[in-house]
Design a binder for this molecule. Structure first.
Ligand SMILES: *Cc1c(COP(=O)(O)O)cnc(C)c1O
Length: 354
């Protein structure tokens, strides 16, 4: 499929001060779009000026939440070139999400080609300040213009780009986390492993509650027994207990993070034992008491690695590593950000130049 290009005749002003970028507030001059219908498959692939999209008021996405997305970044290397980090993993995961929500499959190689072309056109928007990046948001939604509840015949795939500032404006500081004991994010058999908007809609209430109490994120428990830890906010979570890095296994309600996968690969490379298994709150509380819990952190594309300094269970605080970032946490942060921004060698072949 060819990609038609319509250049933006009124390009925007690129922000000069990276410290004011924030996250997901500014968009580049162009976006990629294509449409799907059952007869024609994906068609009309195009790069067009960034702008509003028109949907029917009856569109499936507005009523039944038929939407999935991805989150990845383009990084400015020290030599000025731009690179992506494991981009095909994102498009492959989008297909897993699409499968769960009965949305059409995409061709990962074609989408990567489209993404590279889009970034190439908007390459001057990729920031070069420390920790800044071009955030990439591919999304796909059902767009049938009628209200019947059915699997979709029409869908839209879009990629938008947003230059974003460093996640850590004041350095990588450990955060306080609230264990959520009422709401659940996902259940086995549900959509937890899919990156879909609906999961986020359902997680807002707990997030707001945590924020009001002064916590940075929610630690989600499993939806059945409310006993096992699953994720922290929209990140995967890892704990170092007696020298072993333990992370919740992918039971179907946990999102299979690419940062999680990369951390596991690095830890194994370094000879640090890793276990993917169920981790209960009880085990963590006990490990804090005995001093066995050495480190805790969240991991995901946005923050890369986010150290956890305190876990709060029903208003009882459990402090991790004296509230400081742990050694392995710091090493993972340095190594991953080093590879992503092209400051360190990439022995795994994770990066892809544009
Ligand atoms: C995107 C996401 C993650 C992290 O995945 P990465 O591929 O590492 O960015 C973790 N949990 C949830 C719920 C997510 O949506």
């Amino acid at each position: 499929m060819d990609i038609r290009v319509e250049l933006n005749a009124n390009p925007g002003v690129k922000p000069q001060d990276a410290s004011k970028l924030g996250f997901g507030k500014i968009f580049t001059d162009h976006m990629f779009m294509m449409e799907y219908d059952r007869e024609n498959g994906w068609h009309d692939a195009r790069i067009v000026p960034y702008g509003n999209i028109c949907v029917s008021p009856a569109s499936t996405v507005l009523h039944y939440g038929a939407e999935i997305f991805e989150g990845m970044k383009a990084y400015r290397r020290p030599d000025g070139e731009i690179q992506l980090f494991r981009p095909l993993d994102n498009f492959d995961r989008m297909n897993q999400s699409a499968d769960r929500l009965c949305l059409p499959q995409i061709d990962p190689d074609f989408c990567l080609k489209a993404l590279k072309k889009l970034i190439d056109i908007d390459r001057d928007w990729v920031p070069s300040a420390e920790g800044a990046s071009l955030y990439i948001r591919p999304f796909l939604f059902g767009n049938d213009p009628f209200l019947g509840v059915h699997t979709v015949n029409n869908a839209v795939f879009v990629i938008i780009l947003s230059p974003s500032g460093s996640y850590y404006k004041e350095g990588v500081n450990p955060v306080r986390i609230m264990i959520e004991t009422e709401d659940v994010r996902a259940v086995r058999g549900g959509t937890g492993y899919a990156k879909c908007g609906g999961n986020y809609a359902a997680s807002m209430r707990a997030g707001e509650k945590a924020e009001k109490k002064g916590f940075a994120q929610v630690l989600w428990l499993d939806g059945v027994e409310r006993k096992y830890v699953e994720e922290v906010g929209s990140m995967n979570v890892m704990f170092k207990i007696n020298g072993v890095v333990v992370t919740p296994k992918l039971t179907g309600s946990v999102l299979p993070g690419i940062t999680r996968r990369s951390c596991i690969a690095l830890l194994k490379e370094w000879g640090v034992p890793v276990e993917e298994r169920l981790v209960s709150v009880e085990e963590l509380a006990e490990a804090v008491k005995t001093g066995a819990l050495e480190e805790a952190f969240g991991c995901g594309t946005a923050a890369v690695i986010s150290p956890i300094g305190e876990l709060s269970v029903d208003d009882v605080p459990y402090v991790v590593n004296g509230g400081n970032i742990g050694e392995v946490t710091q090493k993972l942060y340095d190594e991953l950000t080093g590879i992503q921004w092209g400051k360190k060698a990439d022995p795994f072949g994770w990066t892809e130049a544009i």
